[in-house]
Design a binder for this molecule. Structure first.
Ligand SMILES: Nc1ncnc2c1ncn2[C@@H]1O[C@H](COP(=O)(O)OP(=O)(O)OP(=O)(O)O)[C@@H](O)[C@H]1O
Ligand SMILES: O=P(O)(O)OC[C@H]1O[C@H](OP(=O)(O)OP(=O)(O)O)[C@H](O)[C@@H]1O
Length: 305
C-alpha cells in the first residue's frame, strides 16, 4: 500500500521514532485509544479508528516539521523545541506552539566540566572548546555570558557531536560539554560535574501555529485527559460533617470535592481528586482532622475540560 497517498484528510501527528520519549508516547497513545499497526521499517502508520496518521521521526527533527507546518501535531522534548527556536533569526516568531506538558521525559540540559580541574563556573569556559548536540542553545547561552552582540563572533568554540557527548572531555576534544542530565549517572561515570543549567525539559505536545481542526482538538482533549489521570488519584473518606470545612481545604479537588450524605447522622462521605505526589501527606492530614476509611484509587482516564 502506498501510504503517502492515504494521508489526505488526516491529521499528521509526529511521534519519536526511538529513544527516551518513545515508550511513554506509545503508552499515551494507547491510553487515548489511538489504534494503529506500524509495519517494520515504515515511518508512517495510519490510525485505524481516527482520521490521523502517525509520522515516526527523530525527536530532534519534530520541531522543524511542526514549525514548517508539514505535520500538525508533535510530541518531543521542550529542549528540542528550545533548540529549534534558538536557530530562528532575531525577530522571527516560532511556529511551534506548546499546548500540553506531558510530564514524562524530565531532564536538564547542563553545562558540565571535569570533576577534578580548575573550571568552576560556566564563565571559566569562555574562549575554550565546548562540545554539544544543542549548538544553538549553547551558542545563545555563551553569547549572553560573553555579552556578545548578535552576529558578533564568539570567543567560545562550540562544536556539534550527535551522541555520546560525555566522551568529548575524556578524549581531549572539549574542555566542557553541554548535555542532558536526568539521574546524573552518565555524567558521574564520565567524571564530569554540572556547573550550570541551560534549560529544564519535559516532553511536550506541540502544534503548528496554523493548524486547527476538530480532530486536533479532540486528540488534545484525550491526551490532556490521560495526562491528568496519570497525575491524580481519587481520594475517598468519611468524616464528621462538622469537620467538613477543614477537610475540604485539605482536598479541594480540581473544582470542588463531591460530598455525599451517609446513613449515619452527622457524617458525610467525600471524594476528591488529589495530586499523586501529595497523596501521602494529604492522608496524614485527613487522619489528623478525624477522617476515617480513607481510600485511594487510581484514575484510568479523565476528562476535566
Ligand atoms: N536521560 C534522559 N532522561 C529523560 N529524558 C531524556 C533523557 N535523555 C533525553 N531525554 C529526552 O528525550 C529526548 C530525546 O533524546 P534521545 O537521546 O532519546 O534521542 P534520540 O532520538 O534517541 O537521539 P540520539 O540518537 O541522539 O540519542 C531529549 O531531547 C530529551 O527531551
Ligand atoms: O543522567 P542520566 O540518567 O545518566 O541520563 C543522561 C544521558 O541520557 C541521554 O543519552 P542517551 O542514553 O539517550 O544516549 P545518547 O548519548 O546516545 O543520546 C543523555 O544524552 C545523557 O547521555
Amino acid at each position: 500500500m502506498d501510504l503517502v497517498n492515504h494521508l489526505e484528510g488526516r491529521l499528521l501527528f509526529a511521534v519519536p521514532k526511538k529513544g527516551r520519549l518513545q515508550q511513554a508516547t506509545l503508552d499515551l497513545l494507547a491510553g487515548c485509544d489511538v489504534q494503529f499497526r506500524r509495519e517494520t521499517r515504515l515511518d508512517i502508520a495510519l490510525v485505524k479508528n481516527l482520521p490521523i496518521a502517525l509520522i515516526f521521526l527523530p525527536a530532534a527533527d519534530i520541531p522543524t516539521f511542526v514549525g514548517e507546518g508539514r505535520v500538525d501535531l508533535g510530541i518531543t522534548g521542550r529542549d528540542q523545541v528550545a533548540e529549534h527556536d534558538a536557530t530562528l533569526s532575531a525577530g522571527e516568531a516560532s511556529n511551534v506552539e506548546e499546548i500540553l506538558d506531558l510530564g514524562f521525559g524530565g531532564c536538564k540540559l547542563q553545562v558540565q566540566v571535569p570533576e577534578k580541574g580548575e573550571l568552576k563556573e560556566a564563565k571559566d569556559l569562555v574562549g575554550r572548546n565546548v562540545v554539544t548536540s544543542f549548538t544553538a542553545l549553547t551558542e545563545a547561552f555563551f553569547r549572553k555570558l560573553e555579552g556578545a552582540e548578535a552576529g558578533q563572533k564568539l570567543a567560545t568554540k562550540i562544536k556539534y557531536v550527535g551522541g555520546s557527548v560525555e566522551a568529548a572531555c575524556a578524549l581531549g576534544v572539549a574542555d566542557g560539554i553541554v548535555d542532558l542530565v536526568e539521574s546524573g549517572e552518565t555524567m558521574k561515570a564520565a567524571g564530569l560535574k554540572a556547573i550550570d543549567t541551560v534549560v529544564s525539559s519535559t516532553a511536550v505536545l506541540v502544534k503548528s501555529r496554523e493548524s486547527n481542526s476538530d480532530i486536533l482538538n479532540l486528540l488534545t482533549s484525550r491526551l490532556r485527559g490521560v495526562i491528568t489521570a496519570q497525575k491524580f488519584v481519587l481520594c475517598q473518606y468519611n468524616i464528621p460533617r462538622a469537620q467538613l470545612p477543614v477537610a475540604s481545604k485539605i482536598t479541594p479537588g480540581k473544582r470542588a470535592p463531591t460530598i455525599t450524605a451517609l446513613e449515619e447522622e452527622n457524617w458525610v462521605a467525600v471524594s476528591s481528586m488529589v495530586e499523586k505526589k501529595r497523596i501521602a501527606t494529604v492522608m496524614d492530614e485527613l487522619s489528623k482532622v478525624g477522617a476515617t476509611d480513607i481510600l485511594v484509587m487510581t484514575i484510568a482516564n479523565s476528562r476535566t475540560d
